[in-house]
Each structure stands twice: as structure tokens, then as C-alpha cells.
Design a protein around this ligand. Structure first.
Ligand code: C2E
Ligand code: CA
Ligand code: CA
Length: 837
């Protein structure tokens, strides 16, 4: 409830009490007034009129006495007077009756009225004239008595009225006394209620106001821990609520202020640390920093700046003129000892431009400093100084490495290309030149047998010798691996190019002593002459390479000049490559089979599968024409897998004792697919593994020796047989026989051709068959065309033969007829009359 309502409530209560008191007082006063009025009206007026009646009665008694005593009789006037007097008394009695309502007075009045009326009646009856001398005396007594009685009743009336007046007076006094007592009590009550009201109000107001005051004092004193109670709904309650809200807000503000202060402290600490770190960073930076203001005065310079230029930090205090700094720098031997004026001018130009700029400066000790200038918005500058001496050195090193072969230090292909372009730029003036493309012969063998370190050493030695054979102005580069190239400048004639090539072949071919190893390598050279053989670097190199290819093919250790025909051969080769990559290649392939015959019985022991390519436009392509290309481009792997599948599948239709020989390329030994391909072919065809004989050549033993040997062992573990093909054509054929336990040695056709004419061929065949038999190996002689050859081979103990004498390779469909023909041409053996099982 609001304070105002409470106040009005209490005030209303007191007002009602006061009004009641006033009404009561007014009522009491009017009752007292009534009493006083009645005291006046009734007893006093009644007494006067009773007394007047008594006086009139006394007058009437006098008149009556006189008449009776004096008389003869009354006069008319006297009677009239009496009559008047009687009516006056009656009137007085009437007034008394009307005014005084006291019963006792009424009774006295009735008695007096009767006594008076009786007296007057007796009087008038006496006064009436008698008929004859009447004696009036007795009558006079009667009247007398009547008159005394009337007078007595009137006195009694007067007394009664007076007594009534006394009664009224006493009642009025009592009334007034009661009213004043009541008023006293009521007044006292009002005063008490007012006091209570005041106390109540004081209780209502003072305590909370005191509480509010205390809280306000606390708040003013900054102490907000005593929370204002909020248990009232009136204004003070609201005041307290406001104080409480104020307290809460003050507390919140205080908390916020606390947080802000803490944050400020933290920020200050962070700033301090940042400044510290900044100072540390500035002092320990790898870059020198110098900040200057718009007037060219130093703002800050770090220690590194002083270190870079060898300056005393004391001379770089904030405010120092930058020109003085430059002067000290020049004095310290920086700026290539250029005059200060020139250095200042250069610096002034940069400052004036007010653009980011970079510059380099030669500092003392031959160091190179990179400077980056950045203008600042306030007109000042920040310059970063970095010592890039080491970087420059490493960059130079990188540039060198990027342009030179790391092993031989010779210029690399990039430089060679550039020099070719430069040389070509001068050919218009008639300055022709020669490009010699070099490739070491048998370098791979050196690497394989003596190891890569010796191989590297050999390359370095070759590089040195190549440098030595060149004239000034010529250039030699290593293009990669064992390939080198030379540009012979100054329009050499073919003769001069030949002379250089000869010198190179002789010099490079001279023996080397590498870590105690006696090493000999040859070099093949292809030569292209500019501008005749090409006007573009790539074309010249390609043509020299084509000539090199020819030199390699035609004997190695020699040189060849480029010819236009070489290019067409190369183009033909590219066309062949494309055809080999054709998606329907496998559909164009077919296997021919050449029988292998037992030299003792002439029985067919098996067939060698030989690949044929039915090309839509080229016609039938010989394996000699495409196998090497297929090997180079990797197509031999899918082709070889196809051959294995096909050959085994065909052999599975033959009698179980007939073998099938399949040629493998060294390229198929790379990777891990070969063993799986062989196993798959055997599994799919269902033939017994020993029926499959895999023919490998020297190449397999040369390349990746240990890896290939492990593949060979894996193949052997499949149960298939391995034969050494083209035996005798390679360089180390005999050593290969020691490396792997071959099942068969195939004596190359080249020994068979001249067998009958050249003794050394017979000697070789004899040696091979002897070795093979001692190692329990089969021997198959290839290319047997004549009976004479056959007879000699049989005599030398060659176990099997193969050649046109028996049959050329034939397609599978012709095999039954071939087989039948071969069977009839010799003594039939039971069970081997037909090809099929
Ligand atoms: P190669 O393995 O030495 O095969 C024997 C080659 O000699 C075959 O030539 C065969 O036709 C031929 N030849 C056999 N007997 C005589 C003869 O009495 N006189 C003459 N002049 N030649 C005879 P072909 O079929 O042209 O194969 C040439 C070479 O191609 C094979 O030599 C072999 O190295 C390779 N080759 C053939 N087929 C495959 C194959 O499927 N895979 C692989 N990697 N190479 C194969
Ligand atoms: Ca073969
Ligand atoms: Ca062969």
C-alpha cells in the first residue's frame, strides 16, 4: 500500500473520530440547551403564571370578601371583574398546563383548577340575589373556606412547578456534566489516536527512511556491500528498490571497473612485454633497421644496423641527422669508398621519390648489403638492411649448379642449348659450326662390373680429356648419363670436324687407371654441321643423335656425319612406334612354330614359337624389324605376355612330350610381371611346367644382373626350363653359364653357317657341346640348313637341332601337316605319329 494511502487512511480515521466527537458535542449542547429552555419555558414561566393565577385569585378573594362583607350585593361590575379574574386564572392555568409537562405539576394544576373553579362557583352562587332577606353569613364562611383551599392549591401548584424547575435544573446540570465528561474522554481518545497515528506513521516512515539513509550513506561512502532490503510496496519500498538497483548497478559498475582495471593492467603488461620483445627482436634481428623521420633524423636504429656497417651505436642516437650516419658509414669503409657527396646524392634521390625502393650497397669486407626503403605516412622512412653476401654466393652456386653438371662440372644441357642458340645467331654471317654428339661405348658394363663410383670417376676423367682436346671457343657439355656434346666453332670443314672426332675417339679411348682398375671405354660420335644440317638447336641435336645412332650400329668407337636418309629412317621408326601402340596390335600378331628335332632320332621334340606381325599395310613384319622398337617403347611386355599365353595354349593341344620354346626379352625382366605372366600362361593352358622352355639372351644377364638372376630363379621354381639363346654371340657367354644353371644352350646360327667351312666354328661348337654335356645341359643348334651341317652337329654331340633343313617356322594351322611330313621322313617311333595328344 502506498504511503499516501496509508496517510489518508489514518487521517480519515481521525477525521471520522473528530466528526463523531463534534456531532456528539453538538448533540450534547443542544440537549443541554433544550433542558435550559425547558427550565425557562416550563418551570419558570409556569411558576410566573401560577403566581399570576395566585395573585388574581387573591385579588378575586379580596373582591369577594369585600362584596360579602360590605355588601348588599355585588355590583355588576364586580361580578364582571370576578368573571374576568376567573377567566384570567383559567388562562394562566392553561399556559401552565401548556408549558409544564411534569405529571406532578399536572396533578397539582388539576387540583388547583378544581379548587379555584369550586371557589368561584360557590362565590357566584352566593352572590346571586336571594328572594327574601337572606342571611349571608354562613355562606360567607363557606366561601372563605373555599377560597383558602383554592389559595392553598395554588400554592401547592406553585411549589410543584418550582419543584419541577429544580428537577430540570438538576437534570440540565447532570446532562452538561455528562456531556463535558464525554467530550473530555473523546478529546482524550482523539489525542490518543492522533498520538498512535503519529507513532504509527513515525514507525512507517522513520525506520525505512533511516535504513534508506544508512544505505545511501554507505553508497555515498562507496560501500555497497549492505544490500537494501526490498520488502515494501510503497514509495519507501520503491525508494529502497531503487537504492537496491543502484547498489546492484554500482556493484556491476564496480565489477566492470575492476575488470577494466585488470584488463588495463594486463594490456599494460602485454604492452610492456611486447615492447620488450620488440626491443629484443629489434636488437636480435638478422636485418639492420633504420627508421628516420620526415626531417631525416634517426628515430630508431638497431644493433644489427651498426654491426652491418661497423658503426658505433653511440653515433646513431635518436635525432642524429641521417647525413651524419652516411658520413660515418663512408668513413667506416662502406659504399666502395665512394665520395660522401655521391652517396648522399644517391640517398637524396631515393628520399625525394617517396616510393618504396630497393638498393644494394657494398659494405666493408666485400660484403653485399640489400636495402629496402619504405616511406611511412608521417613523411619518415624505414629502411631494412640485409647482409646478402652468403645468399649471393649461394645464388651464384645455385646458378652454377643449374647450369653445370654436378659430377663433371661441365656445362649442362641448358647451357649447351643456349650456346647453340648463340652460335646459330651467327651462322648468317657464314660462321658455321659442328655439333658432335658423343656416347661412351660399354659405359654400362663398367658401371655394372666396377660399380657406380668408378663409373662416376670415369665420367669425370672423360670430361677432363674432352676439355683438353678442345680449342678455345669450343664448348663441351654433358647432356646426361654417358652422353656428351661438343660445339666446334668457327666454321669447321667436314675435315676439321673429322679431325676433332678422331682426336676425341683416340683421347677418350686411351686406357684409364681408376683406383687401380685398368679401364678402357670407347666413344661413338654423331656429327651434324650447321647451318646445313639444321637451323634450330633441337634439329641439330637430333640430327647429330641420328648420326650417333648410325655410328653405334656400325661398329662403335667411330664417328658418322648426319645424312638426310638417317632422318627418314628415324621417321619410319616413329611410324612403326605408332603402329605398335595401336590398340588392335594384339589382333594383328600371330605365332609361327619351328620344330626342334632330336639330332639322334630326328624325332620332333618340340617347337619354338616365333612372332609374326600381320600389319594391314606393311604386310608380314619380321620380329627383327619390330621387337627392338617394341622393347624400347615397352610394348614388348604386353606382347610377351600374349606370346606366352598363345604358345602355351597351342602346346596344350599337342602330345605331352612335345616342348614349347618361347623367347623372352630382357625388357620383360624389368618389373615383377614376368613370373606372374609365365605362371598364368602355364596355369591357363594346363600344360606341365617342364614343357615350357624360356629362351633368354645375353641382354638378360647383362642388365640388372642380380635382380634378373632372382627372376630367373623364380621362373625356375615354377618348374619351367630356361635356355641360353644365341650362345656365343655375346662377350661373356661362358661366364653366364656359371651364373645360372641353364637347361639348354642354343648355339647361334652364325657358328652353324660356317661350320663346314671354318674350323674355328667347329671348334666353338665342340667346346660348347663338351661344356654343356659336362654341365648336363642340352644343346640346340640353330639355323641348320644342310644335311652336312646336321651330320657334323650330330657327330659333335649336339642333342637337338633346328633349322630350315627340317622346316621354316609355320603357322599353327600348318603344324599337323608339318608334323606328319616330319614323321614320315624318318623312322617312326610308336606313340609319336601324330602331333595332337
Ligand atoms: P631367334 O630366337 O634366334 O630365332 C631364330 C631365328 O632364326 C628366327 O627368325 C628363325 O626364323 C630363324 N631361323 C631358324 N632357322 C633358320 C635357318 O635355317 N636359316 C635361317 N636363315 N634362319 C633360320 P625370326 O623368326 O625372324 O626371329 C628373329 C628373332 O626375333 C628371334 O631370333 C628372336 O630373337 C626374336 N623373336 C622372335 N619371336 C620372338 C618373341 O616372341 N619374343 C621375343 N622377345 N623375341 C622374338
Ligand atoms: Ca630363340
Ligand atoms: Ca637364336
Amino acid at each position: 500500500m502506498s504511503l499516501r494511502r496509508k496517510f489518508y487512511g489514518a487521517f480519515g480515521l481521525i477525521a471520522i473520530l473528530a466528526i463523531g466527537l463534534a456531532v456528539y458535542g453538538a448533540h450534547a449542547l443542544s440537549a443541554t440547551g433544550d433542558l435550559v429552555a425547558r427550565l425557562y419555558d416550563e418551570p419558570l414561566v409556569g411558576v410566573s403564571y401560577a403566581r399570576a393565577a395566585s395573585a388574581t385569585l387573591n385579588e378575586a378573594r379580596g373582591l369577594m370578601d369585600r362584596i360579602l362583607l360590605l355588601g348588599p350585593g355585588p355590583s355588576a361590575n364586580e361580578v364582571t371583574s370576578l368573571r374576568h379574574m376567573q377567566s384570567d386564572i383559567d388562562e394562566d392555568f392553561g399556559i401552565v398546563r401548556a408549558r409544564v409537562h411534569d405529571p406532578a405539576v399536572g396533578a397539582a394544576l388539576a387540583r388547583a383548577d378544581r379548587a379555584v373553579a369550586d371557589w368561584f362557583a360557590r362565590g357566584f352562587s352566593i352572590l346571586a340575589p336571594p328572594a327574601s332577606g337572606t342571611i349571608l353569613l354562613p355562606m360567607h364562611d363557606t366561601v372563605e373556606r373555599g377560597s383558602a383551599a383554592a389559595a392553598a392549591s395554588l400554592d401547592d401548584l406553585i411549589e410543584q412547578v418550582a419543584a419541577s424547575g429544580f428537577t430540570y435544573r438538576e437534570r440540565a446540570r447532570a446532562e452538561i456534566g455528562g456531556a463535558s465528561t464525554a467530550l473530555t474522554f473523546i478529546s482524550a481518545g482523539i489525542i490518543a489516536v492522533s498520538g498512535l497515528f503519529a507513532l504509527l506513521f513515525a514507525h512507517l516512515l522513520i525506520r525505512p527512511i533511516r535504513a534508506a539513509t544508512r544505505i545511501a550513506e554507505d553508497v555515498a561512502a562507496g560501500n555497497v556491500t549492505h544490500m537494501a532490503p526490498a520488502w515494501r510496496s510503497d514509495e519507501i519500498g520503491r525508494l529502497l528498490v531503487c537504492l537496491a538497483t543502484m547498489q546492484t548497478k554500482l556493484l556491476q559498475r564496480a565489477a566492470r571497473a575492476d575488470t577494466l582495471m585488470q584488463e588495463k593492467d594486463r594490456a599494460a603488461e602485454t604492452l610492456r612485454l611486447t615492447n620488450l620483445r620488440f626491443d629484443n627482436a629489434l636488437s636480435n634481428m638478422s636485418h639492420g633497421i633504420l627508421m628516420s623521420d620526415a626531417q631525416g633524423h634517426v628515430v630508431v636504429a638497431n644493433r644489427r644496423f651498426c654491426d652491418i656497417y661497423g658503426l658505433d651505436p653511440a653515433g646513431l642516437a635518436p635525432g642524429t641527422d641521417y647525413r651524419d650516419v652516411l658520413a660515418s658509414s663512408v668513413a667506416a669503409g662502406n659504399h666502395c669508398n665512394r665520395p660522401l657527396g655521391a652517396v648522399l646524392a644517391e640517398h637524396g634521390d631515393i628520399m625525394q621519390a617517396r616510393q618504396p625502393a630497393t638498393a644494394t650497397c657494398n659494405a666493408n669486407g666485400g660484403r653485399m648489403i640489400s636495402i629496402s626503403y619504405e616511406p611511412m605516412t608521417d613523411g619518415g622512412w624505414i629502411a631494412t638492411h640485409e647482409d646478402i653476401t652468403e645468399r649471393c654466393k649461394s645464388e651464384a652456386q645455385i646458378v652454377f649448379l643449374a647450369r653445370h653438371d654436378a659430377l663433371t662440372q661441365l656445362p649442362n644441357r641448358v647451357v649447351f642449348q643456349e650456346r647453340l642458340i648463340q652460335a646459330l645467331a651467327h651462322v648468317d654471317r657464314g660462321d658455321g659450326f659442328a655439333v658432335l654428339y658423343l656416347d661412351l661405348d660399354q659405359f654400362k658394363a663398367v658401371n655394372d662390373t666396377l660399380g657406380h663410383p668408378i663409373g662416376d670417376e670415369l665420367l669425370c676423367a672423360v670430361a677432363l680429356r674432352l676439355r683438353d682436346v678442345l680449342r678455345d671457343g669450343d664448348i663441351v657439355a654433358r647432356l646426361g648419363g654417358d652422353e656428351f656434346a661438343i660445339i666446334q666453332m668457327d666454321a669447321p670443314s667436314p675435315g676439321e670436324a673429322t679431325a676433332l672426332a678422331r682426336r676425341v675417339v683416340r683421347t677418350v679411348g686411351a686406357p684409364y687407371d681408376l683406383q687401380g682398375n685398368h679401364v678402357v671405354v670407347g666413344v661413338s660420335i654423331g656429327i651434324a654441321l650447321a647451318p646445313g644440317d639444321g637451323l634450330h638447336p633441337a634439329q641439330l641435336l637430333k640430327n647429330a643423335d641420328l648420326a650417333l645412332y648410325r655410328a653405334k650400329r656400325e661398329g662403335r668407337g667411330t664417328w658418322r656425319f648426319f645424312e638426310a636418309a638417317m632422318d627418314s629412317a628415324a621417321q619410319a621408326r616413329r611410324a612403326l612406334e605408332l603402329d605398335l601402340r595401336h590398340e588392335s596390335l594384339l589382333q594383328q600378331l600371330e605365332l609361327y612354330y619351328q620344330p626342334v628335332v632330336c639330332s639322334r632320332t630326328r624325332h620332333v621334340t618340340g617347337f619354338e614359337a616365333l612372332l609374326r606381325w600381320h600389319h594391314p599395310t606393311r604386310g608380314l613384319v619380321s620380329p627383327n624389324d619390330f621387337i627392338s622398337v617394341a622393347e624400347e617403347i615397352g610394348m614388348i611386355v604386353p606382347i610377351g605376355a600374349w606370346v606366352l599365353q598363345q604358345a602355351c595354349a597351342t602346346a596344350s593341344t599337342w602330345q605331352d612330350h612335345l616342348k614349347i620354346a618361347v623367347n623372352l626379352s630382357p625388357v620383360q625382366f624389368r618389373g615383377h610381371a614376368l613370373v606372374a605372366a609365365v605362371a598364368e600362361a602355364v596355369r591357363c593352358s594346363g600344360i606341365a611346367p617342364p614343357r615350357l622352355e624360356l629362351e633368354i639372351t645375353e641382354g638378360v644377364m647383362l642388365e640388372e644382373n642380380s635382380a634378373n638372376l632372382s627372376v630367373l630363379h623364380d621362373l625356375r621354381n615354377l618348374g619351367v626350363r630356361i635356355s641360353m639363346d644365341d650362345f656365343g654371340t655375346g662377350h661373356s657367354s661362358l661366364s653366364y653359364l656359371r651364373s645360372f644353371p641353364f637347361d639348354t644352350i642354343k648355339i647361334d646360327r652364325s657358328f652353324v653357317i660356317d661350320l663346314t667351312t671354318r674350323d674355328e666354328c667347329l671348334a666353338i661348337v665342340r667346346a660348347v657341346t663338351g661344356l654343356a654335356s659336362s654341365l648336363h645341359m642340352n644343346t640346340i643348334a640353330e639355323g641348320v640348313e644342310t644335311e652336312a651341317q646336321f651330320a657334323m652337329l650330330a657327330a659333335e654331340g649336339c642333342t637337338e637341332v633346328q633349322g630350315y633343313l627340317f622346316s621354316k617356322p609355320v603357322p599353327a594351322r600348318e603344324l599337323p601337316a608339318l608334323f606328319a611330313r616330319l614323321c614320315t621322313s624318318r623312322m617312326p617311333v610308336p606313340g609319336v605319329l601324330s602331333l595332337a595328344s
